[in-house]
Design a protein around this ligand. Structure first.
Ligand code: ADE
Length: 247
């Protein structure tokens, strides 16, 4: 998997790329993160990448030409196909989610365009990007942190990036539910006890307990998720008991 990142702040990526799962995946040759400085494609002597908005208003807008040219150069150098996702990171995009990360993790190439300042010339949206993603309903000072979120969430789903692929299968959202509570040693700490069932060695019962706790957590914290998950009859009965406890 190759990520091709267009940014005016490539150095922002140094930290995340040099630590933990992403750096290991890069070392193992599972992913490559190619950083392209949009400023290298500026054509004036000041290397400008932004300009005043037509029609007036506050702030600056990222100019189209350096982004168009950066993308064209990357597309040719990396022989990208027409179906490669070219993602503009923007708060106006589709909310990024685990299912989207799972889909992206199956691809060979992803282009990530990091917007900055108050916006990006609309023609980048119309003619370069074929997809827009938001990482949440808040405004970051640019798309770089959002791009890192996408790179991280996608990379850990690539087989071989995380210790075992099973360890991503219980993640919150992978099942459509929030994750069950996790514990490690000691069995008792500062009066807080690990539930007996987890010490029992009874894997069947442990699985049932985990499913119920996932349902409980989701019911209390993110009941909206329950609308789009497939529930068994047992699940439904358990949720009914949670509901009746509320009343
Ligand atoms: N750029 C600024 N804010 C953003 C957000 N919430 N998601 C993606 N890109 C952004």
């Amino acid at each position: 998997m190759r990520f091709h990142v267009l940014t005016i702040f490539p150095a922002m990526f140094d930290g995340p790329l040099s630590e933990s799962i992403i750096s290991r995946a890069v070392e193992r040759g599972l992913v490559r993160v190619n950083l392209h400085d949009i400023r290298d494609y500026a054509t004036d002597k000041h290397r400008s990448v932004d300009d005043y908005p037509y029609g007036g208003g506050y702030g600056m807008v990222m100019k189209p030409e350096p982004i168009f040219d950066a993308y064209t150069a990357v597309k040719h150098a990396a022989s990208l196909g027409e179906d490669t996702p070219v993602v503009l990171l923007t708060p106006q995009g589709t909310p990024f989610s685990q299912p989207i990360a799972e889909r992206l993790a199956t691809l060979d190439d992803i282009v990530l365009i990091c917007g900055r300042y108050e916006g990006v010339d609309e023609r980048v949206r119309e003619q370069v990007a074929n997809c827009e993603l938001s990482v949440g309903d808040y405004v970051l000072s640019g798309g770089e942190l959002a791009a890192m979120i996408v790179i991280d969430a996608v990379t850990r789903l690539i087989p071989g990036a995380v210790g075992s692929i099973e360890s991503t299968q219980d993640d919150s959202f992978s099942t459509g539910l929030l994750q069950f509570p996790q514990y490690t040693r000691p069995a008792e700490h500062e009066g807080g006890k690990v539930p007996d069932i987890l010490l029992s060695g009874n894997h069947g019962e442990i699985e049932k307990w985990r499913r119920r706790e996932s349902l409980r957590r989701t019911y209390h914290r993110r009941p909206d998720l329950l609308d789009s998950v497939t529930l068994s009859d047992n699940d439904r009965r358990f949720i009914d008991t949670l509901r009746s406890n509320d009343n």
